[in-house]
Design a protein around this ligand. Structure first.
Ligand SMILES: [Cu+2]
Length: 333
């Protein structure tokens, strides 16, 4: 079982991490940021030094000539070398390791994702493991990916809009494409980002950490704050105002839905709770796991996000089976 804070929470630095390869990405981000900070401070000091050292003074003209000192040359070469080390020593091996080892076909969970202005269409092959044929002529509002019903492989297929279910601890292999413009498949909590390009199918793979089910995450990321310290901002990002219910001085705020309240409404709501003698707020993050579009793809780009629900492998199988049940028609109907 997982410790209470194994996935961290949304904070000042990075979003919680729930994929296996993500730790490597975070390590690289850390190294790069510290190095850039060092460079920024170093060059800043050097800049100020130059301003003072070569300024115009009594009896001396401002000098515009480049100094030919050895130190500056060493510094330049040093910086270049360090960048080479970062690129060749860290980035390239990490990327090569990732791209050259796709998970084996027989034990990966394949999902097709078809990006569209402005939604994510998700296609599961169903229990038979075979994707049904799709074609543009079958596309309709009820069938956004154009699944061909006459194909036997399509009978148990599942298609979802803006919802993606994933098993934890399994290799997930997403076959990504787009039906209109360039989009970007981005799951911040899994450190996954890949452009979706019309006419191309680009695979992207990752593995959700074992135990990182939506259920567990909800529980772990739920926190109680004294009401005096609940900043409106935190409140806004975590809750839907219509979902709160008072329980003996403690307010439980549920996940999901839009707040639909203005800044002032939120402040008023907090004030009202305070006046009612509420001392603590238990906040659950809203949409902790999301698939978003990271490419400005049109005027409603901001709406392009899908909820991700992670299950244990057993629950996932159960979910898939339920979803792919053929619709039963009632004779009396
Ligand atoms: Cu998009």
């Amino acid at each position: 079982m997982l410790a209470a804070s194994s996935f961290g929470h949304y904070g000042a630095w990075l979003p919680p991490l729930i994929s296996v390869h993500g730790a490597e990405v975070d390590r690289l981000i850390d190294i790069l940021h510290w190095f850039m900070l060092l460079l920024f401070v170093g060059w800043g000091i050097f800049f100020v030094y130059c301003l003072v050292r070569f300024r115009r003074r009594a009896g001396q003209k401002a000098s515009y000539v480049l100094p030919k000192g050895k130190i500056s040359k060493y510094a330049e070469v040093g910086v270049a070398l360090f960048e080479v080390v970062l690129l060749v020593g860290f980035s390239m091996p990490a990327w090569a390791e990732y791209r050259t080892h796709p998970p084996a076909k027989d034990h990966r969970v394949e999902i097709r994702v078809i990006a569209q202005q402005f939604q994510w269409n998700v296609h599961y092959p169903g229990p038979d493991g075979k994707f049904g044929r799709t074609a543009a002529e079958f596309i309709s509002d009820a069938n956004p990916i154009g699944l061909d019903d006459s194909d036997p492989a399509a009978a148990d297929d599942v298609q979802l809009v803006n919802e993606m279910h994933l098993p934890t601890g399994k290799d997930i292999y997403v076959r990504l494409t787009s039906m209109d413009v360039v989009h970007s498949f981005s799951i911040p909590t899994m450190r996954v980002k890949q452009d979706a390009i019309p006419g191309m199918e680009i695979p992207v793979w990752f593995k959700v950490l074992e135990g990182a089910t939506t259920e567990n995450l909800d529980e772990q990321m739920t926190r109680t704050y004294p009401i005096g310290r609940v900043a409106w901002d935190r409140f806004r990002h975590h809750v839907a105002a219509k979902d709160y219910a008072d329980r003996s001085g403690q307010v439980i705020l549920a996940r999901g839905g839009d707040l639909g309240a203005t800044f002032r409404d939120g402040k008023k709501l907090l004030e009202r709770l305070r006046q009612a003698g509420v001392t603590e707020l238990t906040l659950r993050p809203r949409n902790a796991l999301e698939l978003v579009c990271a490419q400005l793809c049109g005027n409603s780009h901001y709406k392009m996000h899908a909820q991700i629900i992670t299950h244990t492998p057993q629950d996932y199988e159960k979910w898939l089976k339920e979803q792919s049940k053929p619709v039963e028609f009632n004779e009396d109907f």
